[in-house]
Design a protein around this ligand. Sequence first.
Ligand code: HEM
Ligand code: HEM
Length: 173
Amino acid sequence: MNDSKERYGALTRFFHWGMGLLIVWQFLKFFDRINDGEHWVGQTLVPWHISIGSLLLVLIVLRILWAVGQRKNRPEQDPATALLVKAGHGLLYLCMLLLPITGLMIMIGNGYGWSPFGKQLVARGATDIEWMATLGSVHSLIAWTLLILVVGHVGMALLHQLVKKDGVLRRML
Ligand code: HEM
Ligand code: HEM
C-alpha cells in the first residue's frame, strides 16, 4: 500500500493511472472545437465532462493528502535533476487542482448550475457571480498548460525507459 524508496505503492499507482485515464477523457473536451462537438466523441464521451471533473476534484484532494503523508518514503530522484523533477510534478499537481476549481467557477459564476452524475447540487439560474465567472475563464488556458505538461511528462518517461533504461517507469508500474 505505502510507497517505498524502491517504488510507488498500490494507492499511489491507483491515483496515478486512474486519474491519468480520467484526465485524458477530460481532454476530449477540446474536440468540441471540431464541428461544434457534433460527432461521436462529442456526443458520447464529452457530456461526462462535469461529472468526471467533479470526481477528479475529490480524487486530487485525496491524492494531495496521500502524497504529503508519503513524501518521506518515495523513490529518490537523480540529484542532478531532482529540483526540475519536483517542479514539474508540482506543476502537474497544481493544474490538476486548479482545473476542477476553475471549471466549477465557470458553472457557478455563470449560473449554469452543478449536477454531477445527475445529482443536483446547485440549481441552474440559482447563482450569478461575475468575478467568479471571470476567474473561471482561465480554465481553458490551464487545460492547454496541463496538456503540454503531460506531453513533456510522457516524453520524459519514454526517455527514461527507452534511452536511459534506468527503471524509472517500472517503479510506477
Ligand atoms: C481535471 C479536470 C478537468 C480537465 C482536464 C478539463 C479540461 C477541459 C478542456 C480541455 C476544455 C476545453 C477547453 C478549450 O477548448 O479551450 C474544458 C472546457 C470546459 N470545462 Fe473542463 N476540465 C476539467 C474539469 C472541469 C470541471 C470540474 C468543470 C465543471 C464543474 C468543467 C467545466 C468546463 C466548461 C464549462 C468548459 C467549457 C468552457 C471553456 O472552454 O472555457 N471542467 N475543460
Ligand atoms: C494525465 C496524465 C498524467 C499525469 C497528470 C501524471 C502525473 C504524475 C505525477 C504528479 C507524478 C509524481 C508522482 C505522484 O505524486 O503521483 C508522476 C509520476 C510518474 N509518471 Fe505520470 N502522469 C500522467 C501520465 C503518465 C503516463 C502516460 C506515463 C507513462 C508513459 C507516466 C509515467 C510516470 C512515471 C514513470 C512516474 C514516476 C517518476 C518518478 O520516478 O518520480 N505518467 N506522474
